[in-house]
Design a protein around this ligand. Structure first.
Ligand code: SF4
Ligand code: SF4
Length: 511
């Protein structure tokens, strides 16, 4: 339900929250959100958690079968062995599950009962018989870390805890072979110091250790100080593990229409976004227990007391022009488009105003609040008209990156070509073919489209759409017998004023 005030709009939103995944990050996020006074439903495809506190309804062995609706009004179908139910939520928190893969092959090792993964060693250290055997037998356990992959604090913490547990068992001894010990997380420095004080030996060889597995285990490293080989014959070798996305990640991402990174992890990396946010407003991600407080704050920011006040004109569809082609629905990176009265409509809560939909709509049925087609055309005309020097260059600059770099370049680079003008756009994805052609028709010698770097677009794919359109116009220029190099596509971050200057100067020289 929406109630209008001046140029803003009050949108009533549901205050219930769905948390998906009941591992430690999911449980902590659910408890933190419930602690803010919101009703929470916690679902998990497997067994639920052993205990939770707060106003939390747990649905074990339940999956999210489908998701419709939008931010503040997400309509889900939750299915389990006894059927399915429709539930509506204002916000969703995803706590993705991860798997672990041992990196034994990186060391040329095969797993057996003496060469084991980190997970296996953790299991063994829970087994009283194994611990007794270590304690009585004066056994030696060697941990390998950071040679199969770049070390990280979570992996380091597991190694330090297990090594300390071994060291504390009677006469057993723990050795760590680490490439890069990362102790930059809470408690790790203390754990490292405790391990060292209790006798855990840590080697940091320059090269990956040479390891023999047949018969007696043997690890050889070269001591960089005395330049001599140091040989250890451990009873057990423990290999590090790589974190991999849970198998269900991709299915869940598809159902929720949220992006993953190239390796399938949720969320995708995006420097423009708060860490807990996904590409869809109202869907948050808790990757580790430490994310819970941040996620709860983001949820509370969104849901507040059930009413959200937003600009009503972020993006608007002219329903008389809409031909229901679904293009906007398919290309919106934020899942902000739905259907109302038989035509496309845009949620002012979910829309981020990037303008990709407006540029792709074949009917020109969509206008973006402060960046309407008419206002952008007027900007292009004004930019070209104001140039008296040659070559004249119009640069369409994304307001999230290139525009800021361009403003800084203008302020600090006295050598910037005099015929250069910027046209600010909400995202490079708003620069359509018509605008580029208009700049040439108005008399620009050269046109540049400047977007965020690949993988860093605030709208995920706005830079990709812009690149495609530039290639299309370059082809048209060629077909018309014109020099296609009068149009270039480039990427620049907001703090790259110097690089921006260089690009403009080189482009001017080329023209
Ligand atoms: S792209 Fe344009 S014509 Fe197609 S559904 Fe969206 S608003 Fe309608
Ligand atoms: S402007 Fe961007 S976020 Fe808003 S509906 Fe269009 S494509 Fe989606």
């Amino acid at each position: 339900m929406m109630a209008e005030t001046t140029n803003m709009i009050d949108v009533t939103i549901n205050k219930d929250v769905l948390v998906i995944g009941s591992g430690a990050p999911g449980v902590e996020a659910a408890e933190a959100v419930a602690g803010k006074g919101y009703k929470v439903v916690l679902v998990d495809g497997a067994e639920g958690p052993s205990s939770v506190s707060g106003d939390i309804e747990v649905m074990a062995n339940t999956r999210v079968e489908s998701l419709a609706g939008l931010t503040g009004d997400f309509r889900t179908c939750l299915a389990n062995g006894s059927g399915s139910s429709e539930r509506t939520f204002g916000a969703i928190v995803v706590a993705p599950r991860y798997g672990l893969t041992p990196l034994n092959e990186a060391y040329g090792l095969a797993l057996d009962d003496k060469v084991v993964s980190m997970t296996r060693m953790e299991e063994l250290l829970d087994d009283p018989a194994f611990k007794e055997n270590l304690a009585q037998g004066e056994k030696t356990v060697a941990f390998l870390s950071g040679f199969g992959q770049e070390g990280d604090p979570a992996a380091t913490g597991r190694v330090l805890e297990a090594a300390l547990a071994v060291q504390q068992l009677g006469n057993s001894r723990a050795y760590i072979y680490a490439n890069n010990v990362k102790v930059g997380a809470r408690g790790l420095e203390r754990l490292f110091t405790q391990g060292r004080n209790e006798g855990v030996v840590c080697f940091k060889p320059l090269e990956k250790p040479a390891i023999e597995q047949g018969g007696t285990l043997k690890i050889v490293i070269n001591d960089p100080v005395v330049r001599e080989d140091v040989v250890l014959e451990p009873d057990y070798i423990v290999v590090e593990e790589q974190v991999v996305p849970g198998r269900e990640n991709l299915d869940l991402a598809e159902t929720l229409r949220i992006d993953t990174d190239l390796d399938g992890f949720i969320p995708s990396n995006n420097v423009h976004r708060f860490p807990a946010n996904s590409n869809r407003e109202g869907i948050f991600v808790a990757c580790q227990p430490a994310d819970a407080a941040n996620v709860a704050l983001r949820v509370a920011d969104l849901l507040v007391d059930g009413v959200w006040t937003v600009a009503k004109n972020a993006a608007v569809v002219d329903e008389n022009k809409c031909a229901i082609c679904l293009t906007c629905y398919r290309c919106c990176p934020h899942g902000a488009i739905f259907w109302e009265n038989g035509v496309a409509a845009i949620s002012p809560v979910a829309c981020q105003g990037c303008g990709i939909c407006a540029s792709e709509c074949p009917m020109d049925a969509i206008q973006i609040g402060d960046f309407t087609d008419d206002s952008l055309k007027a900007d292009i005309e004004g930019a070209v008209e104001s140039i008296s020097d040659t070559p004249s260059i119009v640069a369409f600059c994304c307001q999230n990156s290139a525009f800021e770099a361009g403003e800084a370049a203008k302020a600090f680079d006295a050598e910037l070509p005099k015929g250069f003008r910027m046209v600010e756009v909400p995202c490079a994805g708003k620069v359509d073919v018509e605008f580029i052609m208009k700049a040439f028709v108005e008399g620009a010698d050269g046109v540049m489209v400047a977007a965020c770097h690949e993988g860093n677009c605030k709208a995920e794919r706005g830079n990709t759409f812009a690149k495609w359109r530039v290639a299309e116009v370059q082809k048209r220029l060629e077909d018309m017998g014109l020099n296609k190099d009068r149009l270039i596509f480039t990427t620049v971050a907001s703090n790259m004023a110097e690089e921006f200057s260089v690009k403009i100067r080189e482009f001017a020289k080329q023209l």
